[in-house]
Design a binder for this molecule. Structure first.
Ligand SMILES: *Cc1c(COP(=O)(O)O)cnc(C)c1O
Length: 376
């Protein structure tokens, strides 16, 4: 029995009729650019996420880039972000005209905290990007407080965390990822928890003016054709993608539930394996497990053992961003961000997709246990 890290086919087959009908609807209308499907998805996601404004765009990368552009950076302005994230977080900051400043992570959650942000924070910082890595939110109360004190904007990178939530104030109602910062950036890349049939993204915003600015920037800087108030770009969400995503959105919570049950089974099966550090959930957080990421010292050996058993796994991320060749000019050195560098050596993501099922889950658990000499 092969166990892939991710299999997208069962999700499509379960919704095939509805998705095919949605695609046909768009094709029949020949309305591929903007229009009712995009507006419908923006409205439905704004409601689901609990945000006043949602703006579709071409990718999760652009969902980071467009709001940062809307801040009109001046040369030397900085954005603080973790060195332990997907490259897009930093690439978008760079392309928006900012100098990325990399900070370390909390070793338990893999996320930034006030404590990891403060040491790198200069008076040139205009924005901070907490990345809700693997599907668990970074601690937003302390991050929003820090940014508020320093007059910086908060852009939540929610690419891996759609549907995640946090009790930001103890005892208060949970707030979804993307709803507590100034902006939220979402990705509909096929491997995310809400995946399209290609690229797509969405920006959430609290402030109507900034939301309007992002909406213009994605359409060459103007809401009306041939009237350009600023220089934007072409970063629209395709109507076809929006139509597909509208079929999938009502199922997002049930998929999150299945991911969380799989995580629970991993905890049950691997708890006693002392060599494996399982992901921990911060009090008040609702984790949606885009990835189930363990830490092991013998990471590469375990990964090889799993591959030999036909089990897929992934390393997110093998190289920290402050040590990427393209950012060498920013002065990153080995040893600078020790928790990030250690995570890069130790992390391994195991299959967690909703349709994994008990038998395949059991196989992964048994394979990890046997590697460390524990019985089935
Ligand atoms: C996927 C991802 C992005 C980029 O999204 P795309 O849609 O692939 O452009 C950004 N940040 C993080 C943390 C991601 O996982």
């Amino acid at each position: 029995m092969q166990v892939p890290l991710l299999d997208l086919k069962p999700q499509y087959h379960a919704l095939k009729d509805a998705i095919d009908a949605a695609i046909e609807r768009v094709v029949a209308s020949q309305g591929f650019i903007m229009g009712p499907e995009v507006e419908g998805l923006e409205r439905e996601l704004a409601e689901y996420l609990g945000v006043p404004h949602a703006v579709g765009c071409a990718s999760g990368t652009d969902a980071i880039l467009l709001p940062l552009r809307a801040l009109d950076p001046e040369p030397g302005d900085e954005v603080v972000l973790p060195a332990f994230t997907f490259f897009a977080t930093a690439g978008a900051a760079w392309n928006a005209g900012f100098r990325p400043v990399f900070c370390d992570i909390d070793p338990v959650t893999f996320n930034v905290t006030r404590e990891t942000l403060e040491p790198v924070w200069s008076d040139r910082v205009r924005a901070v990007i907490p990345v809700h890595l693997f599907g668990q939110m970074a601690p937003m109360a302390e991050i929003n407080a820090l940014a508020g004190e320093r007059g910086a904007c908060v852009l939540e990178d929610c690419a891996q965390a759609i549907g995640a939530s946090q009790e930001i104030e103890p005892g208060a109602a949970p707030v979804r990822a993307g709803a507590s910062g100034d902006f939220g950036a979402f990705s509909f890349f096929p491997t995310k928890n809400l995946g399209g049939f290609g690229d797509g993204g969405l920006v959430t915003a609290r402030d109507p003016e900034l939301a309007g600015k992002v909406a213009k920037l994605r359409l060459h800087g103007g809401r009306q054709m041939y009237q350009h108030e600023m220089v934007g770009t072409n970063s629209r969400l395709d109507a076809l993608q929006a139509a597909i995503l509208r079929v999938k959105l009502p199922h997002l919570d049930e998929w999150a539930r299945a991911r969380r049950e799989n995580a629970c089974a991993y905890h049950g099966g691997l708890d006693e394996v002392a060599e494996v550090r399982l992901p921990e959930v911060m009090t008040g957080n609702f984790h949606v497990y885009n990835q189930f990421t363990i830490r092991v010292e013998q990471r590469d050996e375990l990964r090889e053992h799993l591959a030999g058993e036909g089990i897929g796994s992934g390393i997110y991320y093998p190289v920290p961003l402050h040590l990427q060749e393209c950012f060498a000019g920013l002065g990153g050195r080995e040893g600078m961000l020790p928790e990030t560098e250690r995570a890069c050596r130790e992390v391994l993501s195991l299959p967690i997709f909703p349709e994994l099922g008990e038998d395949r889950l059991r196989r992964v658990i048994d394979a990890v246990r046997s590697f460390f000499g524990y019985g089935a």
